[in-house]
Design a protein around this ligand. Sequence first.
Ligand code: FEO
Length: 401
Amino acid sequence: MIAELAKDIFWVGYVDWNVRDFHSFDTWRGATYNSYLVRDNKTAVIDAVKAPYVDNLIKNIAAYTELDKVNYVICNHAEPDHAGGIGELLRNLPNATLLCNAKCREALAGYFNDIDSWRIQIVANEEKISLGKRNLMFINTPMVHWPESMFTYVPEEELLFSMDAFGQHIATAARFDDEYDLDAVLREAKSYYANIVTPYSKQVQTTLAAAAKTPIKIIAPSHGLIWRTHVADIVAEYKNWSAGEYAKKVLIIYDSMWESTTQLANEILNGVVSVSSEIDVRMFHVRKSSLTEIATEMLDATSVAIGSATLNMQVMPQVAAVLTYIRGLKFSPKFAAVFGSYGWGAQAVDILDRWVKESGWTIVAEPIKSKFRPTKEQIDAAKNAGSILAQKTNNPNHKSM
Ligand code: FEO
C-alpha cells in the first residue's frame, strides 16, 4: 500500500510486528520505525530505521526513485532505532549527503567508526535547505528525546517530521490516525509519553510553545501512525501531559509474600471507594503487572499507595524495580501512603517511606506496618489511608501541593 502524506512525500519505513521489548518498554502492539521520502528537484530521505531492517528501507526507497537520485539523508535523532541503519543506507545512496546538527554528528561518531568517510553537512537551527518546490527547515528540539534531537519541517506542506515526539508503538498496516481506532492511538501515544518523554516535559513545553507559531497540518512521527486528522487532539494531549495535569486517579501498587500486604492493599481500595465511586482506582500487583502499564497510569495519577512485604531487610525485588523506574521518569508529585507486612523487621515500609519523601511526594497517613497478618487496628488504618487519598484526589486544590 502506498502511503503518500502529500504529493511526492511517501512513508518508506519498517513495521516491526513482533518486537515486544523496546529497552524495557513493553511493545505489546509491536512498533514501526518511520522513514519518509520527499521527492522534488532534489530528493531527501528523512530518518532511517533499525540496523536489521535497512534492506527493507532501501527497497522501499527504490520503489519511488533511483537510489543515485537521492541527494540528502536527514538524521533527526541518533538513537539506534532510527539511526542504526544510517551507515548502510548511505553506502547504498552514492550521491547522498547526510544532514544533521553538530550534536547529532557527535552522537553518530560514538556509534559508527567509519563516520569520517561519510559526506556530512552540519545544519543550524532554523536553517532551510531547498529541494526545489519545497524546503526543509530544521528545528533543534534538545532533550526531546536526546540532546541532538531535531524536527524537520516542510513549510509548503505545513508538514512536521517530529521524530519521537507524538509517536506511538503500534505495528499496523495503517499509516494515518484516521485509519486506526483513535482511542487506541491516543492510549499508545500516552504510554509512549509516560515511558519515554516524561522526564523532558519542560523541554516539550518549550517545543510546543515554539511550534504554536508554525502552522501544522500533518505531524509525521518516527513511530506509529501519522497525524493528519487529529493533530489538534494530540497537541492538546501533549500540552496536558507535559504540564503534569492530574486525573481523579489513585494507584495501589504492591507486592506480597503471604497475602498480608495484599490484605492491606484491599483495605486501602475499600477506603478509596467508600469516599467516591467516581475516582479511577487501579490495583497493580507488581509481579503480575507491566512496568510500562504502571508508568502509563502514573503519568496523571493524583495519589499512590505503595506496599511491600519485607524480604531480607529490603523491599521485594519487583517493588525495587518499580521505584527505580518511576523515580527516573520524574512524574509530577503525588499524595502517597506506604504499607507492608513483616516477620521480624519492618524495613520495607521504612524504605518506601524514605523513597516517597525523597521523591518530593506528600505522605498523607502514618506508614502501616503489620507483623504477619494485619490486626483490626491496621485494617482500619489501611481503610483510613485509602479514604484520605481519595479525599485528596477529589480536592480541587491538589495541584497546589
Ligand atoms: Fe525512537 Fe529516541 O528513539
